[in-house]
Ligand binder design. Sequence first.
Ligand code: MN
Length: 355
Amino acid sequence: MDNARRAFLRNAALASAALAAGRLSAQDAGSDFTRIAAEETFTIPEVLEALADLVARDPDSVPPYATILEPEMSAALVDLGAGRIAAMDAARIDKQILGIWSPGVQVFGASQGTELARLANDRLAEAIRRHPDRFAGLATIAPQDPDAAAQEIERAVSGLGLNGVLINSHTNNEFLDQRKYWPILEAAEALQTPIYLHPRIPPAQMYGALTDYTLYGALWGFGIEASTHAVRLLMSGVFEQFPQLTIVLGHMGEGVPFWLSRLDVISSSRPGMPSTARRPSEYFMDNFVIVTSAMFWDPVLTFCHSVLGPERILFGIDYPFAPSAVATRWMDAAPLPAADKRMIYQENAERVFSL
Ligand code: MN
């Protein structure tokens, strides 16, 4: 039995024990907040099948990513019911905010991607209707067709009641600062709904340097790809065009908070820099929030807390890829004031995702 399977069974056993003991509420006795986890992954079987088809047809079209998912992980990702809720209960998670597994539908042709995005959003909305107290969710879109993607944001947020949009970073090696994608940013801003910029395997321009040692994946490539995307947004001036837009970054901001001072200094002191109306750090403070997903480490939490303040950090796990119980134990014990923990666990997510 591999570790993922063992962990899954252990979580299921813990959940059963908790249920048997009558602890049906995920809310811990003595805590006066709700534990909301903001980067929790799902997919639908149709998207997995389409990925498998794509890999079979053209093995080079999707870097190794789509082929390494173990059956236990697939099962956890497509479970939008009892198994997922048992894992949440075992880790004392009250609510998951669900987003589609990377790369979502962004590797397909525009029409197939748009169709699968609609299906994923319908399924997600159904799951939320069945378990409104346990799930919220982010819309899947296919940026391959920016206008259709903008329409789907409107349908998913206004029509289906979803709580934001999740984009698995680059699409066909392109980034959201490019003008052709602005209809997506415009729709999100108009609906006052956030865009979760989630990592994926880096684009072709970066990938070549990351093929050794599996650097392309969660080890390193995800973070530098997503951070590069975020810095492109900061330097491109898109926030002058869309000043109310909110971007969510996982993994403690993908390292960007660490770089804010240097971004400001270099961009204001060297010739040839793009001129934006405000400093990169000012846009970051106004237009970004970060999530703790899979980065359960006090030094980086206290650093981000000191730079951004408690109102711009949200709790998240990265279920099922990161261990939920480890995450809640860590945040429960984190060296922050209780009021700040309440913001990080609950209030910030309620505000950002209009829960
Ligand atoms: Mn993730």
